[in-house]
Ligand binder design. Structure first.
Ligand code: PHE
Length: 334
């Protein structure tokens, strides 16, 4: 009876103390366990009643001690301290880089015209970056000033434009060819707000029978309208690239002022966005494509430039610094 009373009043202030109570009453050498040993000496006539009382005592002690332990198990998870219904802290989620957003958009626009995507290596050889593209040996673009060479080997270099991928694709497949080539390019230039030694381009190539300059113009007009809005106009100015003939540079009507004149377009109403032209027959021949049977056009644009125009970004270096205050602003853009 005394023990029942005692056990009804046990308390503990920690999980450790509760364990001490279990040892005291229920372990091999515990008080209740000892009573079970004594039970062997109880007179047979009383065994039934005493046994029942002992079992009840053991159950009581086990339940009480388990209850104490549970209380501490819960408390160690600090249930009491916190409001479990409070909303959780949100995980910081990254955003897509603005250059990736715009690259994906360019890929999607050309995909609607049936252009597929191919990629080529960033470390290239002279053939794919210059020679196959009809650059004469003494052309200034081969100069050390523009090109990063790997070690001292003049044949191994970082590609200065994605036109190298044109060559790789034409070497490995026959027309009809319709693909774009996004990628990183490298030029040994001083870094400023307008230029960087690393930037990104998307190259486009379309080769088939009877491809004309009109096809080039219509394709690029479609792109400009999709990218910068349905009101966008384009203008082609004669230019020169060794690998296209004729060659042109394409301007779009300034998307900020609509052609009226502002700081972005230096009050001309036009901004240059890409170079293009009809693939020079020499280039087709260099890639074993029959230049009598096939014609084609090519174009190349800088992704940084398109992104800066689209989002009014004034300094190209922002793309490479990866300051989250800059990057965060594009979370809603895709
Ligand atoms: N490769 C040229 C550049 O980097 C762009 C270009 C591509 C021009 C294809 C014409 C045709 O400036």
């Amino acid at each position: 009876k005394g023990l029942v009373e005692e056990i009804n009043h046990i308390s503990a202030s920690s999980a450790d103390e509760a364990e001490q109570l279990r040892i005291k009453y229920l372990s091999k050498k515990g008080i209740i366990t000892a009573l079970f040993d004594d039970f062997k000496q109880v007179d047979n006539s009383q065994k039934r009643e005493v046994g029942k009382t002992l079992n009840e005592l053991k159950t009581l002690a086990t339940d009480r001690i388990n209850a104490l332990k549970e209380q501490f198990a819960n408390q160690s998870a600090d249930t009491g301290k916190y409001d479990l219904t409070a909303p959780g802290a949100s995980f910081p989620i990254g955003g897509r880089h603005p250059l990736s957003i715009v690259k994906n958009e360019i890929v999607e626009i050309f995909a609607r015209l049936g252009f597929t995507v191919s990629e080529g290596p960033e470390i290239e050889d002279d053939w794919h970056v210059f020679t196959a593209l009809n650059f004469p040996l003494e052309h200034p673009a081969r100069d050390m000033q523009d090109t990063f060479f790997i070690a001292k080997d003049p044949d191994i270099l970082l590609r200065t434009h994605t036109s190298s991928v044109q060559i790789r694709v034409m070497e490995n497949s026959q027309p009809p060819l319709r693909a774009i080539f996004p990628g990183r390019v490298f030029r040994n230039e001083a870094i400023s707000a307008r230029a960087h030694c690393i930037f990104h381009q998307v190259e486009g190539l379309y080769i088939d029978e009877n491809v004309s300059f009109a096809d080039l113009k219509q394709t690029l007009l479609f792109f400009a309208k999709e990218m910068f809005g349905a009101d966008t106009r384009i203008r082609l100015r004669p230019s020169f690239f060794p690998f296209t003939e004729p060659s042109a540079e394409m301007d779009i009507s300034c998307s900020l002022c609509g052609g009226k004149g502002c700081n972005v377009c230096k009050h001309t109403g036009w901004v240059e966005i890409l170079g293009c032209g009809m693939v020079d027959p020499n280039v087709l021949d260099n890639c074993n494509i029959d230049s009598k049977k096939y014609t084609g056009f090519a174009f190349g644009m800088g992704i940084e430039r398109i992104t800066m125009l689209k989002y009014q970004i004034k300094d190209i270096r922002l793309f490479f610094e990866n300051d989250v205050r800059f990057l965060e602003q594009f979370k809603a853009a895709y």
